[in-house]
Design a protein around this ligand. Structure first.
Ligand code: HEM
Ligand code: HEM
Length: 245
């Protein structure tokens, strides 16, 4: 096996991508990675999370009372409405994204699976960690997500989003009252945490977890686009990854 072939095999093994795609990447310098539904979902999801974070912050730290007749002001009502609408968009979007993991290409599954049992995967995570810490001069090449990004997206985005959806709908069920669909489906969450205020506190803490994820994610996307010698942000727009070397 030639060294180049060997590297392709290790990367393919580590990332779950097939060798063919990597060979194609080398030959054509450009590979179709993210299908249209994944890209559309990514940007709608980013919008939903941004609305949720801003409106959620104001639900936790409400704005001062507005002057005038109470009946003429509905500011916090609109903020809560936007939060619940964006929460439902996030939920439907994630369900659609999960469906696409079954019917889409193999990169569409990367968000939902982690090859934790493969030593090669963890070796590549370490390589990427060193690259992000400026300890090595060049990163490895990946067609889909790099192994460290995959870890961050699974833990920092997927698990956290599911947590926010479950706790969010539990709180929503309280507003809709006992016996409502949200209470029937998610009512069990409140006694699990203790009482309503505990769920508020954990849901609120989740906001800061999500803020940390988005900051690191956007930093990594911009940094890779400039330093990684491969397209990143435009890949989430056009679907195509271009290798610059
Ligand atoms: C609330 C904001 C955002 C969230 C929650 C978010 C979340 C995600 C998730 C979950 C993925 C994995 C996609 C998949 O495999 O299905 C992803 C990929 C990606 N996101 Fe975001 N994103 C956000 C904003 C942004 C922004 C503002 C940018 C651009 C500056 C960006 C650039 C990218 C890129 C380039 C990828 C693909 C990375 C790769 O190819 O390895 N994201 N994002
Ligand atoms: C990334 C996702 C989300 C973020 C960042 C977020 C953020 C927040 C924050 C910070 C609060 C204030 C908590 C407090 O201090 O009491 C809150 C409240 C709430 N959230 Fe979310 N949330 C998210 C998703 C959801 C979802 C999916 C739902 C489901 C509909 C939801 C429903 C609620 C409800 C019902 C409240 C309480 C409203 C009230 O007491 O007036 N959230 N959210």
């Amino acid at each position: 096996m030639s060294p180049a072939h060997d590297t392709a095999a290790v990367l393919a093994d580590a990332t779950g991508t097939d060798e063919g795609a990597l060979a194609q990447a080398r030959a054509f310098k450009s590979v179709y990675v993210y299908e249209a539904p994944v890209r559309l979902w990514h940007w709608v999801n980013a919008l939903a999370i941004t609305v949720l974070a801003v409106t959620g912050y104001f639900i936790g730290s409400p704005l001062p009372t507005q002057p005038g007749e109470a009946s003429a002001n509905y500011l916090m009502g609109y903020i809560r409405f936007a939060h619940f609408a964006a929460g439902q968009l996030l939920t439907v979007g994630l369900l659609g994204r999960a469906y696409w993991a079954f019917v889409g290409n193999h990169h569409a599954r990367e968000l939902f699976t982690l090859p934790v049992h493969r030593a090669a995967y963890w070796r590549e995570v370490l390589v990427m960690l060193k690259w992000y810490l400026f300890l090595i001069p060049q990163p490895s090449r990946y067609v889909g997500h790099n192994p460290l990004a995959r870890l961050g997206m699974f833990m920092g985005y997927l698990l956290l989003s599911v947590f926010m959806i479950v706790t969010g709908f539990a709180l929503y069920g309280e507003g809709l009252q006992a016996g409502s669909w949200a209470d029937m489906l998610f009512g069990w969450v409140i006694p699990l945490f203790g009482q309503s205020q505990d769920v508020h506190t954990w849901h609120h803490l989740g906001l800061w977890g999500m803020v940390i994820f988005v900051l690191l994610h956007v930093y990594a996307a911009v940094r890779e686009d400039i330093m990684g010698r491969q397209s990143m942000i435009s890949t989430m727009v056009s679907g195509t990854r271009t290798f610059k070397d």
